[in-house]
Design a protein around this ligand. Sequence first.
Ligand SMILES: [Zn+2]
Length: 505
Amino acid sequence: MADIESIISSISACAKEPTKDDVIYLEECSITGYKNIFEEGVFIDLLSFECFSMKCLKYNYNRMSEKDGNKRHRFYLNIKKKKKVLDKIEQSEITNLNLNSEGGFKESKVYKYEYNYAIYDFETNIFIPLEKVDENVKRICTSIINHKNEIKKKEELSKWVNEIKESKYAKNLKQLDNIKIKNENLECAICKAKTNLWLNLSDGYIGCGRKIYNYGGGCLNNEEGAALKHYYESGKKYPLVVKLGTITKDGEADVFSYAEDENDSVIDPYINIHLEKLGINILNLKKTEITTLEKEINENKNINFSSILDKNIEPVCEQGKIGFINLGNSCYMNCALQVLLSIKEISYKYINNIPNFLLTLNSDTNKTYNDLFLQYAKLCYMLFKKDYINKKKEFIKKYKQECFNKNIITNYDSDIDDENCISINPFMFRNCINTKSYIFNNFSQQDIYEYLSFLINELIDNETNIFDRILSSSTICKNNKRGFEKVNNGVCDLVSNESSENNES
Ligand SMILES: [Zn+2]
């Protein structure tokens, strides 16, 4: 039996305080993607501050001991995060389309988090509660837990804000003379529909709104909305339309721009003047229809992905078929990754080499979360290994059950909460790429082709480096010519526990 007192007294020598330049991921293993919400939690190396799951500790311990020989990387801060369903649930009003910010769309708060911290000693397999460790170690753990990464701050900025801008066509909008709209018997010029009518602010044409996928819209004869058709037929000269029934006497109105460079809801600051020219006095108007924004909020509140699929299609979630979380304008990256990752032969090559990538990573110059090969392999791992999927399913099932027991209805189809769906959150990969490319180091929309070719080039350009890295390492069995798949120290349980599925590749 190990002497706990002597173990506790040796932690200090194997731990250091993080500086503000250190990057610390507290939520997810940088190798397997295991999360702190999973049963065993995550483990933060008290010297390198890298985040691991239990099954990676052996490799980390070995590679670090090999390097400095004094086995200092034996202690880890274990973080377990529990999602507890609240007893009392408050409803909040949604007033705009912003995600997770004031007034914006968010899941009503039905849970809170509870954290459990301990020091884990890899050598003796003992967990030591934080209350028992000395003041120095306590202080170090507190600064790790409260560490604010520069990366985190940037993530904060990525909130997906749906901002409605002033239309550039509003100020000098061309309006035809002598057009007077009577505020009675308004109907679509084509199909005679009486709701969802859009008035062209230039020529007074009234027609149905455009068709929106999974939304409805369009004319009663199932054709494209007359208002949009009219925009094209009249030579794309008159882009601004206002939805009848949304105009209030305060001058608020749902204005849409069909102009190709806008094609969005817009603000028309001159709406009073524009309507007056068409013979409409807004003081006589009151709002009767819901606006596009209100419609979108309703839609978002009730988002259900099964509704956009054909009736006989079942959503799948299994090995090789998992969605990626949109991090805010990152769909181009997700598409490129899904394409590349779908090539099973390559993906399994990466998975099988995870232990090698980890064992040969130069810990003086690089970190696991910044190594392109490890980070790419990690995505392959999460996508193709059953254990990540199963652990995530387990977590959701448990939480759902708790909600069910307490009679709480939650929306599990939401793609916003990473925890409510079997999904992959590629934030660590994106941060890794961001350190290598200034082009993609922002939250703007990008071209998928450009990203895909950048990624392929990065992986190919560095392939020689990775082979050199693996060949020159003493940790790896050099006699194995079949793609460096075995490690010489013990069974490689990171990749071997599902050997039958590897044969599929
Ligand atoms: Zn119509």
